[in-house]
Design a binder for this molecule. Structure first.
Ligand code: DAH
Length: 346
């Protein structure tokens, strides 16, 4: 029986040596319930009493040895796996690294965020309105008569337009953010203090106009709001954007939705009004920046706000215009051509 046991050890160790994967099968074959070693141990009872402990001890020794051999082989295989993995995952550190480009905000977004920050600091709320709009909100409610030139099919992108008559429920791409004023006043009572940034659309294309552009609308309605509040607010905004020396002036103008109305100019940021040959203001000393005025009583009344109790001011500025002046860009189309070399400068 001793010989048999030695033979089993020989067989098992040879098999373990040559095995490169499933060691569990070998364990079962020799040490399992029906394994070869177990079979022999079952016959222990047939031996004479004095031989039993000797053979039993020997069998245990063989069992331990086989277990040790399996454990050793297992370690060996694990080591091999790691080395194989390391070899496969070798990194060539001499290869040039992949370049990662850090993005940055588009000049228009920069201006928009700066304005939002300035207005939030002054207690304004930011509101949004739809880009696809009813003619009512874009024109009628803003006191723009049915024959207003901006309503012309050539000036405005219509999505649905009645062929026979001009209608309030024609649908178009809004040509200014002023429509948001109406939507807000319909649903909210004074005091109102909002700004509405957003995309706007007109059939226009030259060095200062693009079909898609951005506006930033402002509206304040409360008791005792005057033109002084308008000028003071806009001055604070321009100082926030362009520095403490910024100056503005109001020039009489006409808008259907404000009375009186004004165009707002800013002192030229390049020459400060001191250079007759300044390429930015063309010697004017002032740059036309935005439209503004006191909300027309008809507009307030149309939204259910009593114009004998409340007054308000409003303004609307083009963000492209602001960006062009702030960053010294001379052709608006540069802002929309996705030329990274151009945009990266700002
Ligand atoms: N909506 C005008 C435009 O697009 C700008 C404007 C002028 C807005 C006067 C206003 C305003 O709110 O009061 O040209």
């Amino acid at each position: 029986m001793k010989n048999e046991l030695s033979q089993i050890l020989g067989e098992a160790s040879a098999e373990i040596k040559n095995q490169d994967a499933d060691l569990e099968q070998i364990r079962i074959k020799y040490l399992g319930k029906k394994g070869k070693l177990t079979d022999i141990l079952k016959k222990l009872g047939t031996l004479p009493a004095e031989e039993r402990p000797v053979i039993g001890a020997f069998a245990n020794e063989i069992k331990t040895k086989i277990e040790e051999l399996i454990a050793k082989k297992q370690k060996e295989l694990a080591g091999l796996n790691i080395e194989k993995k390391l070899a496969e995952e070798k990194i060539d550190i001499t290869l040039p690294a992949k370049q990662k480009e850090t993005g940055k905000r588009h000049p228009i977004s920069q201006i928009m965020l700066s304005l939002e920050e300035i207005f939030i600091g002054m207690g304004f709320n930011i509101v949004k309105g739809p880009e696809i709009e009813y003619a009512y909100y874009n024109f009628d409610a803003l006191n723009s008569p049915k024959n207003h030139p901006a309503r012309d099919i050539q000036d405005t992108f219509y999505i649905r337009k009645d062929e026979k008559e001009i209608r309030e429920d024609d649908i178009l791409l809004r040509c200014h953010t002023s429509s948001v004023q109406i939507r807000f006043m319909e649903k909210n009572k004074p005091p109102i203090k909002i700004v509405a940034p957003g995309r706007t659309f007109r059939v226009d294309l030259d060095s200062t106009h693009t079909p898609v552009f951005h506006q930033f609308e402002g509206l304040v309605v409360d008791k005792n709001i005057t033109l002084v509040d308008l000028k003071d607010t806009l001055e604070a905004v321009f100082r926030g954007l362009f520095g403490e020396d910024a100056e503005i002036r109001l020039r009489p103008h006409y808008f259907p939705f404000t009375e009186p109305s004004a165009e707002v100019d800013a002192k030229c940021f390049v020459c400060g009004g001191n250079n007759e040959n300044c390429p930015t203001c063309r010697g004017e000393g002032w740059l036309e920046m935005l439209g503004a005025g006191m909300v027309h009583p008809k507009v307030l009344a149309g939204c259910g706000i009593d114009p004998t109790v409340y007054t308000g001011f409003a303004f609307g500025m083009g963000l492209e215009r602001l960006a062009m002046v702030k960053f010294g860009i001379d052709d608006i189309r540069n802002l929309f051509e996705n030329n990274m070399r151009f945009l990266r400068q700002f």
